[in-house]
Design a protein. Sequence first.
Length: 440
Amino acid sequence: MTTFRERATDAPDNSEGKLSLAEILEIFSAGRLPLKFTAYDGSSAGPEDATLGLYLRTPRGTTYLATAPGDLGLARAYVSGDLEPHGVHPGDPYDLLSALAQKLQFKRPSARVLANVIRSIGIEHLMPIAPPPQEALPRWRRFAEGLRHSKTRDAEAIHHHYDVSNTFYEWVLGPSMTYTCACYPHPDATLEEAQENKYRLVFEKLRLKPGDRLLDVGCGWGGMVRYAAQHGVKVIGVTLSKEQAAWAQKAIAEDGLGDLAEVRHSDYRDVRESQFDAVSSIGLTEHIGVANYPAYFRFLRSKLRTGGLLLNHCITRHDNRHGPTAGGFIDRYVFPDGELTGSGRIITEMQDVGLEVVHEENLRHHYALTLRDWCRNLVERWDEAVAEVGLPTAKVWGLYMAGSRVGFEQNAIQLHQVLAVKLDERGGDGGLPLRPWWAA
């Protein structure tokens, strides 16, 4: 029987005749497709017995793929319904994305073959068309919303991602309404146990005690705010999402924590209070822009009393060499204007504003588990989620979370917690213990 690789080797070499869509894919994948591909022109490629597959349903999908090669074109075709996965649930396409990431490597063909690919696709499919309506404008066209990381533009970026639907987030995130990496005390822990453990870990690292004052910037739905208040700490949380602030304030009132906790719909830069015993930044640094790190950490330092502690918890790159800009899919569909850098850059910037870094740790495996559980929640409430936010948006979330899980598992991205203290003029740290004082 002729194998898939033999077919792939035979077909692309014939660069004179018109190529089918499957043959074109075989050319770019060097005949090593880890799944079954079929297309509306009747062609197919890949192992016949593959459990995973992709079906290119329409010519519009070809245009999306041809005009935006890479993750952006794939996302456009998938979100619009022009590219249909087989063998996975749309709420959790992890198995498909994992297989593609591990086994698919694209190869650039010769100029002669590439010319025939272009002829075979047709010039009409090389002209860009309108993307799905869920897509944000490209960075260069967002100036109407203000300069990058201005207060106005940051607010719009946060609105794009976080003001989807509180009900939708309740289904995906679970009762804790925590949209940041959990910390699993053991492999079989539930998502709720892991999120509670994360807040416990942050609380203990910050050496908080009843009567202390905490500022939580980028507080989301107030999970850290409520945890600290439940343990007697006075907390101010700030978020740029109006829906998050309203949900958090309601939860604070229902928990009877109004005397200790407050969540403001506000930019963190508008906080006027100071002399906090601690500042927590859990999942905000990704949104502020790498160029703004000096001003950001300088501002957070100014909010601390001498001897106060800052914990920064954020997604990072796996090294300090890559540029900060996110890929096309993440920037257009998930986190507009989001930027990532390595943990070394974050530590450097914290040190350069006068903070002493006393501890850091990488929780990337924990984030992979967190995303696994969020996808599981989305699958369980899929029909309701689709009814709430629409099929395209629900598909964006499944794609984003499953793809991020692959990224954390394969060390493309990491999650670092960095703990620092504000020293006095003579280098005093307020009497911190000599060794870590929290339970791991």
